[in-house]
Design a protein around this ligand. Sequence first.
Ligand code: FES
Ligand code: FES
Length: 161
Amino acid sequence: MPIAFELNDRAVSIEVDPAARLLYVLRNQLDACGTRFGCGSGACGACFVLVDGAPVPSCDTPMWAIEGKAVRTIEGLGTAESPHALQRAFARHTAIQCGYCASGILISAAALLERVSDPTAQQVREALDRHLCRCGMQQRMVAAVLDAAHALREGAMAPIT
Ligand code: FES
Ligand code: FES
């Protein structure tokens, strides 16, 4: 039986094992490879996506659980031509080194800014708590999220420099 859901504002219906994990379906069948495999057990944050606005580990989310839901991946956050305020801020702060953790972190940061328009640094740290970054970019990431929040509140996004 097909599983129907929304992927980045597009209706999707796909024949798949209901027990298959969302991460593998995204990467292998839906060409959404921006979501990364890290630990495969819900512990590193690399694979996070939004399901109905909540950040979840897609490596640990069975397809049956997303029937009728709205999934947003990094591909749905912004584009090269029109990056999200977070993507602009991460570039401005050079907050990404190897980039492996970045899509999951950006997704969790986006979920935070949807809920809290003026977060504290502590709230940002808590929102990113489930994400590992082996490159040690955490301080820059927190600064970038605060900067993006400010840009969104002001309704202005500074250009990437
Ligand atoms: S790959 Fe999903 S949390 Fe690590
Ligand atoms: S930028 Fe390399 S793991 Fe985070």
